[in-house]
Design a protein around this ligand. Structure first.
Ligand code: NCD
Length: 311
């Protein structure tokens, strides 16, 4: 195993044994959570601050729950996104957080690289909870854990990631993680929603759902991120659904037992049909949320081991 992690800013660059160790630890937290036991002494006396410059439901709540389940003092700082000069605010915020002796800092920001910048300025261990279109490492880990628990492995699986890959930090973290662990990753989207040179990340690119879904074990739908589109990259939501929306007819092109994922929040009827999203056999969407708490407990646990307090 490599050097222990100081921050979790991205999946890119992590080694397979590091990823596997995080998934194993998260797995033990799934069992702990299901058994109804807690481990509140683990982070007792530690402070976790979450700082979200962008909206969030699942990520923010599950980090809060994860911190509390391990006994940390959890503080959610609410940040107004619109009226601030972001560079200045970030650095001011860093100074404030440092003065509060924060141990773990969970940051979501609409600018790619913001958590990495903060990590240079604070003593706390920084966890990227999603930065712009860059990465969302805990989402990548929770998706991998969900897949691994269902399929028993990641290696050799064909994973098709469909929709707005261009703006998706979830797609990027998943691509880095799954290719590192030996999955065969495909991205399927109209040309306007594929990042330039994405093949360099080791994925196969498809513009046609039928071709891309053939033989897929896992089909991951992504939200159409309108808030990150300066101009119309798709003709209309209706048109997008017709060609790329995951419904039962398109899912039938994948393997007969293919499983469906979505990081949420979902736009039903845009990138995914309700019947598929709510299918109790094929859809893993609720399980992804459950895994999110366990993965975040594992990450907080690992990073807290690196921060030593003298008081
Ligand atoms: C994602 C995000 O914020 O990157 N949501 C999440 O964390 N589960 C995906 C999205 O916003 O579409």
């Amino acid at each position: 195993m490599n050097q222990p992690l100081r921050h979790l800013l991205q999946i890119e660059g992590l080694q397979p044994p590091q990823i596997a160790a995080m998934l194993d630890l998260a797995e033990s937290y799934v069992l702990l959570n299901r058994s109804g036991k807690t481990q509140r002494d683990l982070l007792r006396g530690r402070t976790m601050i979450s700082l979200f410059f962008e909206d969030s439901t699942r990520t923010r709540t599950s980090f809060e729950l994860a911190g509390k389940r391990l006994g940390a003092d959890v503080i959610n700082m609410s940040v107004s996104t619109s009226s601030v000069n972001k560079g200045e605010t970030l650095l001011d915020t860093a100074a404030t957080l440092n003065a509060m002796n924060c141990d773990l800092l969970v940051v979501r920001h609409d600018q790619s690289g913001a958590p990495a910048l903060l990590a240079q300025k604070v003593d706390a261990a920084v966890i990227n909870a999603g930065d712009g279109t860059h990465e969302h490492p805990t989402q990548g880990l929770l998706d991998a854990l969900t897949i691994r628990r269902r399929r028993g492995r990641l290696e050799g699986l064909v994973v098709a990631i469909c929709g707005d890959v261009l703006h998706s930090r979830v797609a990027r973290s998943n691509i880095h993680l799954l290719t590192a662990m030996g999955s065969r990753v495909r991205v399927i989207a109209p040309p306007t929603l594929i990042p330039p040179e994405v093949e360099r990340l080791g994925v196969e690119v498809f513009h046609d759902m039928k071709a891309g879904l053939q033989g897929a074990d896992i089909v991951m739908a992504l939200r159409l991120q309108k808030e990150r589109m300066a101009r119309g990259l798709v003709p209309s939501a209706r048109e997008f659904f017709r060609f790329y929306g995951l419904d039962a007819a398109k899912l039938a092109w994948a393997k007969p037992d293919a499983l469906v994922m979505h990081p949420g929040p979902m736009n039903r009827g845009v990138e995914i049909d309700s019947a598929v999203a709510d299918d109790p056999v094929r859809s893993l969407i609720r399980e992804q949320v459950e895994m999110g708490v366990a993965v975040r407990m594992a990450v907080l646990d690992l990073l807290a081991r690196r921060t030593h307090r003298n008081d």
